[in-house]
Design a binder for this molecule. Structure first.
Ligand code: SF4
Length: 350
C-alpha cells in the first residue's frame, strides 16, 4: 500500500478490518521499509532520577508529592553508580526521566547532564520529556527552546516522547489536566528538531479516548514528521491501571486486550508512513505479544529494561535479558541486532 491513508480510512481499519488483514498489511509495510528483516533492540537503563511530581496525572502510580516520605531525588553519585552497572553489561543509553520536580531549575539539570556526559562519554543521554522541559522553562523563567539548547550544549542527545498520552486536549483534561496541552507537546518536539535534536513519539491508549482521537494523534505526529523528519520512532503502549486514581474515578475503563494492541500497532505502522521505526512494547504487553508485534508492523523490541519503575508501579513488571530478546526475535524468523539510540546497528546476531 503506497498511497498515504487518510484519517477516515485509518478509523475504518481500526473498526472494521480483521486482525489477520491488519497483520498482513502492516507486515508488508514493515518489509518495504526494512527488507533486511533485522529486528533491533538497545541495551539501556531507565533512570528515574526523581519520583517527586506536582502534575498529579490520574493514570500514574509512580509519583509522590515532594513532601511525602516515599519521595526521592537521586544524587549524582547514585545516578553514576547506576550508569556504571549499565556499562558493565554493554549498555549504550540511559532513558532519563523523572516526575516533574516542583523545585529543580535549569542549573540543576545542566549540572546533571554535564556530570554524566563528562564522566561517562560512551553513554548516550536520551532524556527529559516535553512535560519536564515545559516546567523547567516555567520555573527558570526562560523559553522551552532555551532549555533544550542549554541542555544540548551540556550533552543531552535526544528527547523521549513521554507525556504524549493521547494528543487530544479533551482526553488530557480528563486523565492529566495539569499536563502541558497537545500544542505545547508538539511545539517542544518541533523546537528540539529545529536544533538537530531527534526525539521519539509515543502514545498511551486505553483510557477515555475514541478511535478518531487515536488517529488524530497519529496525524499530528505524521504532520510534524513531514515538516521536520525529527522523530526516530513511534512507541505505543496501553494504560496500566493498577494503583491509579483514574480507575477509581472511571471504573468503566476496561483492561485493553492484546487484540486491540495489535490492531492499533498495525494501523500506526500503516498510517505513519514517514516513520522509519515502530517499537513493540513488550514491557506492557508481555514478551509473547511483544514478539507477535513483530508480525504487526514493529521492527524494534525497544530496550532490555535493566530497570523500570513507572509501569511497574502500575502493575506491569515484565523483564528480559538480551539473550532472551535475541532468542525471541530468532524464534519468529527475524534477525536480532543490537542498536544505539540513533538506530544505527552495532551488532547482528545472525
Ligand atoms: S505521569 Fe509523569 S508527570 Fe504525570 S504524575 Fe506521573 S510522573 Fe508526574
Amino acid at each position: 500500500m503506497n498511497k498515504r491513508i487518510s484519517i477516515e480510512e485509518a478509523v475504518n481499519l481500526i473498526e472494521n478490518a480483521t486482525l489477520c488483514e491488519l497483520g498482513e498489511m502492516a507486515f508488508a509495510k514493515k518489509l518495504e521499509l526494512h527488507p533486511d528483516r533485522l529486528t533491533s533492540f538497545v541495551i539501556d537503563r531507565n533512570i528515574n532520577y526523581t519520583n517527586a511530581c506536582w502534575v498529579d496525572c490520574k493514570f500514574c502510580a509512580f509519583y509522590r508529592h515532594v513532601n511525602e516520605d516515599e519521595a526521592y531525588l537521586l544524587s549524582f553519585e547514585e545516578i553514576g553508580k547506576k550508569i556504571e552497572e549499565l556499562i558493565a553489561i554493554g549498555g549504550t543509553q540511559i532513558l532519563f526521566q523523572g516526575g516533574v520536580h516542583p523545585k529543580l531549575k535549569i542549573e540543576w539539570y545542566e549540572d546533571l547532564v554535564e556530570y554524566i556526559a563528562k564522566k561517562y562519554p560512551t553513554i548516550t543521554i536520551h532524556g527529559f520529556s516535553a512535560v519536564e522541559i515545559d516546567y523547567i522553562a516555567k520555573i527558570s523563567k526562560i523559553s522551552t527552546l532555551e532549555v533544550l539548547q542549554r541542555l544540548q550544549k551540556k550533552g543531552l542527545y535526544s528527547m523521549p516522547g513521554a507525556g504524549a498520552e493521547v494528543l487530544s486536549d479533551r482526553v488530557r483534561d480528563i486523565v492529566a489536566p495539569k499536563k502541558c496541552d497537545t500544542a505545547t507537546w508538539l511545539r517542544i518536539h518541533e523546537e528540539a528538531h529545529s536544533i538537530g535534536m531527534k526525539t521519539t513519539a509515543t502514545m498511551m491508549f486505553g483510557t477515555v479516548e475514541t478511535n478518531l482521537e487515536i488517529v488524530e494523534h497519529l496525524n499530528y505526529i505524521r504532520e510534524l514528521q513531514d515538516r521536520t523528519g525529527g522523530f526516530r520512532a513511534f512507541i505505543l503502549w496501553s494504560f496500566q491501571g493498577k494503583n491509579t486514581r483514574l480507575l477509581e474515578s472511571h471504573p468503566e475503563i476496561m483492561k485493553q486486550s492484546s487484540n486491540r494492541y495489535l490492531r492499533l500497532l498495525a494501523v500506526a505502522r500503516l498510517f505513519l508512513d514517514n516513520f522509519a521505526n515502530i517499537q513493540s512494547s513488550w514491557v506492557t504487553q508481555g514478551s509473547h505479544i511483544g514478539q507477535l508485534a513483530l508480525k504487526f508492523g514493529a521492527n524494534d523490541l525497544g530496550s532490555t529494561m535493566m530497570e523500570e519503575n513507572v509501569v511497574k508501579a502500575a502493575g506491569a513488571s515484565f523483564r528480559m535479558s538480551s539473550d532472551e530478546m535475541i532468542e525471541l526475535i530468532k524464534d519468529i524468523g527475524e534477525i536480532p541486532a543490537k542498536r544505539n539510540t540513533n538506530y544505527d546497528i552495532l551488532e547482528v546476531y545472525a
